[in-house]
Design a protein around this ligand. Structure first.
Ligand code: FEO
Length: 397
């Protein structure tokens, strides 16, 4: 991939990683990703904004062969998918300085062993002149690390947002087109769910902060750019909002069909009562889809059989993930079958300290569910629908 011109003396650079399927050895990437860097040339100085993940360093270094001078390398974020090629860039441009936040400086030195004397720090709101162009740095801590910032280019009204507003999506399109918006919406929501959701309230504040700039183009460091910024800004406002939707997320595992039968019954009972349900068999599900569903859900119901007294290990993983992602769910419950003894309720309750939820009566049954177990599931469905109605989550409420 060669560098591509966005505006006069302003280029997209970086690498499209079509084949990557896992990020942080954890996050599924069904559509690959990209590591976007941007070259901004002013009348007097040139800045490179971010770099690429080290395995794709050659792509960026090839693009830079035609660039005789880089004065600044702006590091919005110390995570290696953006900062990892800075050492090679500094080696090629011996006078270049790295520009980052004070926290970013320490992290770049620690993670990449960049010499401290080559790093200058900028405060929130500080500007850097490139001649006829200006870089304004806005600190956006915890989007999604403590050191993160974005850059605003007022002369072009472009916001370089790094991870903020990003999407893991490999594409040859530089921009989100109208036809592509819904594909990018899902990729960006997946990205938000997996990366940003734990910092939802901080992101609310940072959304307001960057919203004070007049922006014609948002240029993130993953996925295509947004020529209609309101598309992604409105989506973020919805995702970080306080109120959930009339939705239940139901991740479950079943070993011999008993828990599955309970899940099927509850899903049907909820649907009958007008509640939308997202059901995930944890043996086969894409964990990113589960994360997406957690963005809006008002209730999470865990379905688990009992394995050696506790929850199934796949369920433990999903519960720990949900706890780490800190979704805005308000209610929780547990259903499942056990053979002779169970402590799944106590054990799962102890795994979700980050979820500020009201726990609704769990339904556990011994063996295959009997009529009274189905009645208990009906009561649970009614309780969930009632709680959603009390919060005004039903459309038309
Ligand atoms: Fe794209 Fe947090 O790195």
């Amino acid at each position: 991939m060669i560098a591509r011109e966005i505006r006069d003396r302003l280029y997209w650079m970086g690498a499209v990683d079509w084949d990557r399927r896992l990020f942080d050895s954890l996050i599924p990437l069904p559509d690959g990703t990209s590591y976007n860097a941007y070259l901004v040339q002013g009348s007097e100085r040139t800045a490179l904004l971010d770099t690429v993940d080290p395995p794709m360093a050659d792509v960026l270094m090839f693009q830079l062969e035609r660039v005789p001078r880089v004065d600044y390398v702006v590091a919005h974020h110390a995570e290696q998918d953006h900062s990892g090629t800075i050492p090679q860039v500094l080696q090629r441009y011996e006078d270049a300085q790295v520009v980052t936040t004070p926290k970013g400086k320490g992290m770049l030195v620690d993670l990449l062993r960049i010499p401290a004397e080559r790093v200058v720090t900028v405060e929130d709101g500080e500007t850097l002149s490139l001649g006829d162009r200006t870089l304004e740095f806005l600190h956006t801590p915890w989007v999604h690390w403590p050191e993160t910032m974005v850059t605003y280019l007022p002369e072009e009204r472009i916001l370089f947002s790094c991870d903020f507003f990003g999407s893991h999506l490999a594409t040859t399109e530089l921009y989100v087109t109208e036809e592509q918006e819904w594909r990018v919406y899902e990729a960006a929501k997946r990205y938000y769910a997996e990366i940003m959701m734990p910092f939802r309230r901080v992101i609310q504040r940072n959304l307001t902060k960057v919203g004070q700039r007049e922006v014609e183009l948002i240029a993130p460091s993953h996925g295509p750019m947004y020529p209609r910024p309101a598309f992604i800004q409105d989506a973020y406002r919805d995702w970080v909002s306080e109120e959930p939707k009339n939705e239940v997320v139901l991740p479950y595992i079943s070993m011999h069909g008993s828990t599955r039968r309970m899940v099927e019954y509850l899903v049907s009972a909820l649907a009958e009562r007008g509640v939308t349900v997202h059901q995930f068999d944890l043996a086969v599900t894409d964990i990113g889809k589960l994360a997406i569903a957690l963005v809006d859900a008002a209730t999470i119901v865990i379905g688990t059989p009992t394995v050696h007294v506790g929850p199934h290990p796949h369920v433990i993983y999903a519960v720990q993930l949900a706890n780490a992602l800190r979704p805005k769910v308000k209610f929780a419950s547990i259903i499942g079958s056990y053979g002779w003894n169970s402590q799944v309720v106590e054990q799962i309750a102890g795994m979700i300290p980050n979820l500020q939820v009201e726990v609704l009566d769990p339904v556990l049954c011994q063996g295959f569910p009997r009529p009274d177990d189905f009645e208990a599931l009906d009561r649970l469905a009614s309780a969930i629908a009632g709680k959603h109605r009390e919060r005004g989550l039903f459309s038309g409420d």
